[in-house]
Design a protein around this ligand. Structure first.
Ligand SMILES: [Fe+2]
Length: 381
């Protein structure tokens, strides 16, 4: 299907342009059919028989392509932006978004997900705002920035995962003498596609001088297996604003240790994995975004796995050979890569790797559109 910019007076530009060549399943072209197609184009009508292959493929054919962004280059450009570009009201954030080469230059890492490196200079603030897009931060290196969510200052340190549901006020403050960069993930492209975005400016001042070790949300919620009696109902997004690296690291190390002791606890040999969950429901942290952490032991190869929906990985530590569809890269600390829908993913390690992953799977699961295929089993669920 060809989408133009609409018909303008005096030109023959058409919004609808029908494929007229001979192809399997299409009727033979005759002068009468040609005239009918002219009229259909004028009346903005499209026959299914010319489009069915594109509209109803046998399996997903994403426009997004597998792609890798090297952290070293990203960080260098973020530093340059730190020298050249002030952060403040209007631009809101000094963030460089990953643009998937298959998505027409838009700042979309996949059709549903946004990923950007955000950079804050020493003693700098990013002003308060709120939006309906769900968001999270993942810290690959550094510390010294606090994200203030509805007045609750949340420290950010290497390995921490910090989710924040839409429509909560938030700003950032760097209280340290060093710059800091981190990964921002949001559902901006999804919100854009479904015309659901709202945005409001808040205070320019982030509004607190407090820099507590633990946020109020952690003091209330970050106690394993315990929930406060004043918060027994489910909340759609996680009330916990920081998932600290020490817990993630220990969960992964324990999983691999249990596997070595003969317990069947890993998804596959040498591959430990955990999902960040909402402590009020046990489900995903955000309604549109799933977040996980994967640790592959040395000399491990994952099964080739395909999923409906897209995901983005960031290397937290280590190296690996990653193959997504026809693309293959050696990735190292900080590197990011996009896995489009239904593209097979396989990861092979020599010395081991730690990988942060986020995906749009909750959207697909809620709509009963999710599907997974693992090569070794050749099955789908
Ligand atoms: Fe924001």
């Amino acid at each position: 299907m060809v989408h133009g910019r609409g018909m303008s007076e005096g030109t023959s530009a058409k919004t609808v342009r029908l494929a007229r060549g001979d192809a399997p399943g299409r009727p033979p072209m005759t002068p009468e059919l040609d005239r009918l197609y002219d009229r259909l184009e004028d009346e903005l009508l499209v026959p299914l028989w010319t489009e069915i292959g594109e509209l109803m493929p046998e399996s997903p054919r994403p426009d997004a392509v597998p792609h890798r962004w090297a952290w070293r280059a990203l960080l260098e450009m973020a530093r340059q932006a730190g020298d050249l570009v002030p952060v403040g009201r209007g631009g809101e954030r000094r963030a460089l978004a990953l643009a998937n080469p298959g998505l027409g230059g838009r700042p979309f890492v996949t059709p549903t997900l946004w990923a950007a490196v955000q950079y804050l200079n020493p003693r700098e603030d990013a002003p308060v705002h709120r939006h309906t897009q769900n968001a999270f931060r993942f810290v690959i290196e550094g510390e010294g920035v606090w994200t203030v969510v509805n007045g609750d200052p949340v420290a950010m340190r290497r390995g921490d995962f910090l989710p924040q549901a839409g429509w909560n006020w938030h700003g950032h403050r760097n209280t340290s003498d060093a710059p800091m960069a981190w990964l921002d993930g949001l559902d901006i492209p999804f919100s854009y596609a479904i015309d659901s975005a709202f945005f409001e400016f808040g205070a320019e001042d982030v509004g607190t001088e407090e820099t507590p070790e633990r946020s109020r949300s952690e003091r209330l919620w970050a106690h394993p297996g315990l929930r406060p009696l004043t918060r027994l109902g489910p909340s759609p997004a996680t009330p916990l604003l920081a998932y600290r690296w020490e817990y993630t690291d220990r969960a992964l190390a324990d999983q691999l240790a249990l596997e070595a002791e003969g317990c069947a606890v890993t998804p596959e040999p040498g591959h430990a994995a955990v999902r960040y969950t909402n402590p009020s429901t046990g489900g995903d942290v955000l309604s549109t975004v799933r977040a996980e952490f994967h640790r592959l032991a040395p000399d491990t190869a994952t099964a080739s796995r395909r999923e409906v929906g897209s995901s983005v990985y960031q290397v937290f530590d280590g190296r690996a050979l990653v193959t997504v569809g026809a693309a293959s890269w050696r990735v190292e600390r900080g590197d990011l890569f996009a896995v489009p829908s239904w593209q097979p993913l396989r990861i092979e390690t020599e010395h081991g790797i730690d990988l942060f992953r986020f995906a749009d799977t909750p959207i697909y699961e809620r709509l009963d559109k999710d599907r997974v295929a693992v090569a070794e089993q050749e099955g789908t669920r």
